[in-house]
Design a protein around this ligand. Structure first.
Ligand code: FES
Length: 107
């Protein structure tokens, strides 16, 4: 399936995340300080916290409600929660492009 455009990357302040609807899924897209973008499920598996509002560093996002951590690259929880789905997302000519199907997990 081809990628979907989500609009300009400038919608997301550097170092933050924003939630988007991707074919009925709420997806949190993060704009890292080094220019990378990453996309994870926007709903925390712990108690439904808003992942897009979490603090990020180069490696993980912290859910704002109870600070469980999830790897930005994989969605894997580093604090023992269920994992988040992740999506392939890129920036092409300033536009966010996302593959509409979550990545397969390697296990
Ligand atoms: S709801 Fe996300 S850590 Fe509790």
């Amino acid at each position: 399936m081809s990628t979907l455009g989500l609009g300009s990357v400038e919608q997301i302040p550097v170092g933050e995340g924003r939630a988007f609807d991707v074919q009925g899924r709420q997806v949190a897209v993060f704009r890292l300080r080094d220019g990378r973008v990453r996309a994870l499920s926007a709903v925390c598996p712990h108690r439904g916290g808003p992942i897009a509002d979490g603090q990020i560093d180069g490696a993980v996002v912290l859910c704002p409600l109870h600070l469980n951590a999830f790897e930005l690259d994989t969605g894997c929880s580093t604090t023992g929660q269920a994992d988040l789905d992740s999506w392939a997302v890129t920036v092409d000519d300033g536009q966010l492009m996302i593959h509409p199907t979550p990545k397969e997990r390697d296990r």
